[in-house]
Design a protein. Structure first.
Length: 281
């Protein structure tokens, strides 16, 4: 939806789950010397101010990254992610939050490449400004990432993390995400695909995880975090999930420690919970 601005939600509990996993998956790809691509279908602005503008209106980050900011007991996977947020806030104050593209840029090596798609006319201007010195290592495309990535798969190094994370404000995004994932696998079956989705009262959200599992019987991981009970009025985000195809082989074991920790630190009532499912390839 062209009305959607991720800045309203920057740094919230859903971003914590998504971005901690993005950092971990990129670390895994970098364990080999061979290059990889990072591909983002809905890149947003790249970096967000938490003290002014959209993010300051609802201050959702206060129940997300802010709860982790000064903790000294972070599990290694979460500590790595928080370290990357800290690098953007050199004075020690939590003022800025990195979106997925910025995190990926921080972790990329000289041989790696980034391909970013953004449809929102204002967001892409900010994205281009934030990556104005990136050169050809970061190519930015104005348009629909669902359709755009068809032209770049498979990537030349045959190694990539593909993040598919639309806003889902338009309920058609659920079906489009499924179609995009199925079509992408035909072109590039060995890539790592990470699909983020919101946990809301909408029926499309409630059945989405099962639809994702049906795409491939094996070689997937599903992690979900809910931070409170569903709202009585049926509106609002009370959790989120990440569905990953071809995940790092160690990720399931790591998340057995991480998800209970996130329930304890980000949970807002007794209904906070997590789900972890995986099927080895």
């Amino acid at each position: 939806m062209l009305s959607y601005r991720h800045a309203f939600h920057a740094g919230n509990h859903a971003d914590v789950l998504k971005h901690a996993l993005v950092v971990r998956m990129l670390r895994h790809l970098a364990q080999k010397d061979k290059s990889y691509w990072y591909i983002d279908t809905h890149a947003g602005a790249g970096v967000y101010s938490l003290t002014e503008g959209f993010a300051a209106k609802n201050a959702e980050y206060e129940n997300g990254i802010a709860r982790l900011w000064e903790r000294t007991d972070l599990p290694p996977l979460i500590a790595d992610y928080v370290d990357e947020v800290t690098a953007l806030n050199a004075d020690g104050e939590l003022r800025f939050y990195p979106g997925s593209p910025y995190l990926a840029w921080r972790l990329m090596r000289e041989q790696d490449r980034m391909r970013l798609y953004e449809l929102h006319s204002t967001e892409i201007d900010v994205l281009r400004h934030n990556f104005r010195d990136a050169g050809r290592r970061a190519m930015i495309y104005e348009g629909d990432g669902f359709d755009g990535i068809k032209a770049i798969l498979p990537p030349p190094p045959r190694r990539a993390l593909v993040l598919i994370d639309p806003s889902y404000e338009d309920k058609r995004d659920y079906a489009r995400t499924l179609a995009c994932l199925e079509e992408s696998l035909k072109r590039f079956a060995t890539g790592t695909y990470a699909v983020w989705y919101p946990i809301v009262a909408r029926p499309e959200s409630q059945r989405f995880a099962e639809q994702l599992k049906a795409i491939r019987p094996n070689g997937w991981l599903h992690a979900a975090l809910t931070v409170r009970q569903p709202p009585e009025d049926g509106f609002g985000l009370y959790g989120s999930g990440m569905f990953i195809l071809n995940p790092p082989y160690t990720l399931a074991a790591e998340l057995k420690q991480v998800l209970p920790y996130l329930v304890d630190t980000l949970g807002e009532d007794k209904n906070a919970s997590f789900k972890l499912e995986h099927r080895a390839a």
